[in-house]
Ligand binder design. Sequence first.
Ligand code: RFL
Length: 405
Amino acid sequence: MTESQNSRALWESADVVVLGAGPAGLVLGTLLHTAGIDCVILERASRTQVQTRARAGFLAPNTVRILERHGLADGLHRHGSRHGTCEFRTEDGRFRLDYGGLGQGGQHHVYPQQNLVTDLLTHYLDLGGRIRFHTEAQAVHDADGAEPSVMTREPDGRPTRWAARYVAGCDGRHGAARRSLPPSAVRRHRRDHGVTWLGLLAEAPPSLDAVGYAIHDRGFAGHMARTPEVTRYYLQWQRGTAADAWSEERIWDELDVRVRACDHGPLRRGGILERAVFDLTCDVIEPLRHGSLFLAGDAASLLAPAAAKGANLAVLEAEVLAEALTDAIARGDTAGLDRYSEQCLAHIWRAQEFTGWMTRLLHGPAGRDEDGGSHFDTALQRSRLASLRTSRVHQDWFAENYVGV
Ligand code: RFL
């Protein structure tokens, strides 16, 4: 299929060129390949890098249903666990919400994203799916014209042009798909929650049998199980401070203070495997389509990780897009593609709304009172927590939104 156009440039082609081998790109590629659609996944990183990137862990019931529907859930059923409780710790004590049994919610499956990605990739390759690692997309050309294509750089530095009928931008927030969108064609709505987290992966068993949310004057601290040996922690962090500014001992001491270990018992400590600082920002691209280019996953919308929605939306959008592309290519029916943006944006905005609510619930004051103080926001935060602690209606609402996508 490869044909040299001149001494350096190569031409290749596929009906659908998928950019990125994260959860969105791999689910999309698998469903297209299974439906007999000619597609290729182009991935900037190596296979090892893709399979070892630790990020999400909480998968919603709808995500699990999608994965089950397509035979992609064996690993998570075999090695994952279930989770249906969260514990809030505040100056007024602690309370637990068994969200798994509230509202129309359901439980999360806890399964590290790198394990899910490994399963998806292995399955895709076993099916004979085409993927190119070390292949970075530079730009999408002529997305709204007659000859869409993707320019890539091969591992040896040679440029390649991939001709495509459709391009799926699943290459995350800094990918080529976003960069290729003309500003006049889409809008990017961005919000900075004004909060920064230090994300930690600790080689330590979980200390709670629940997701832990500690709300403290010194800042938020979070606890989320990943595996019986590894736990994710979050510390609200001073913006601009480097990830390695604190020793491991100081980090554990601070976590103990914020989770109120003196009242509820100390955390089980271990070596810190990974640390990363990130600002809690979010954005949405509208619409999610420009001609033949479609966005899915983080490329479509970035969510602060406070409510664990990003990977779940990525899987949902991949399924919707796979069906629409299959209808268009196999049957000439483009109605699904025409609906794609509106359909997915409804889910995205709902997830953004809940994520924003969670972010305000977990963190201290965002604004200042007229007198320069912060009483107003602090009082609102306490009132929100009190309502969540006491109102069954509020708890049902929380459960539905917490596990829903
Ligand atoms: P990904 O996973 O970022 O994959 C994009 C892929 O594209 C490649 N790429 C390119 N390839 C070719 N050419 C280019 N120009 C390219 N540029 C990039 C990259 O190498 C990569 O392989 O995007 P995708 O598939 O949209 O999936 C999104 C999820 O990864 C993300 O939303 C979640 O990790 C968010 N998230 C969580 N989501 C949940 O649903 N539940 C959670 O518990 C949860 N916890 C988290 C999280 C995100 C976190 N980070 C990143 C701050 C915890 C953390 C710490």
